[in-house]
Design a protein. Sequence first.
Length: 302
Amino acid sequence: MDRIEAMRAFVAVVNEGTFTRAADRLDTSPQLVSKYVSQLEAHLGVRLLNRTTRRTHLTEAGTHYHQRAQQVLADIDDMENQLGNLQTQAQGLLRISAPVSFAIRHMAPLLSEFQKTHPAVGIDLQLNDRKVDIVEEGFDIALRIGQLKSSSLIAKRLAPVRLVLCASPAYLEQHGTPRHPRDLTHHRFLRYSYMNMDPGHPLQKWLHGRGHQNSGEMISNNGDVLVEAAIAGSGIVLQPTFIAGEAIKEGKLEILLPEYEPEPLALYAVYAHRQLLASKVRSFIDFIDGFFGDPPYWDKPG
């Protein structure tokens, strides 16, 4: 049995819905497709498909095998594509989704340098803090910040994202400098709408307002606004250093309670499984890997 061809036949049946359409896709006969799938099931010792006269249905084992088989075949095709197109120039329109504040502060130099290296690639950068559906909305790549859950997407870690609690010297002079999370109770918090934290973290209670006695807080879905408000003396903010780092280096903000700093998040490049990963996507992934540094340049002193 040719395991690769048997795997292709199985994936084609699942994707096309019937043995006949799978045979048309593979330019072969339904009988041979059926034979390949039966041989594959015999080799694995499990049933992958439940067949009826009209439809096929994946078993639980078939569902797991289908996901992995698609990736194996995509990797094989991608490897062959790379070998066959070493001299092919990356080209076309690259659609990228990225978080608003990160993109405004850090994406322009990256994209400028990338296009100098790959002048035939156009860039369509869309800024949005919500989690876009890459496939449905037609993006090639999405940059995401957080602790990503497992999914069918490929996620490549690019850089750590440090979160710091900070306030302006003027605010601290007027309201006092907290030495422990319990000291935050009477302070004003500049709250980021999408902030999530480990429920057991000492800052969690204050961040989510339980026991917080000052009702005059500010809430925003944009970190830049909150950092600027903190610089102006409006309260204490928890934000990533890729936003607050410059103000901290300039003395406009002071880091508070560093011993209670949350675990770092990470910046990821996320993209969908593709049968053949386009040269423009592969080139961008290779280019952005290591571009920001580890630690990233915004966390380096000076």
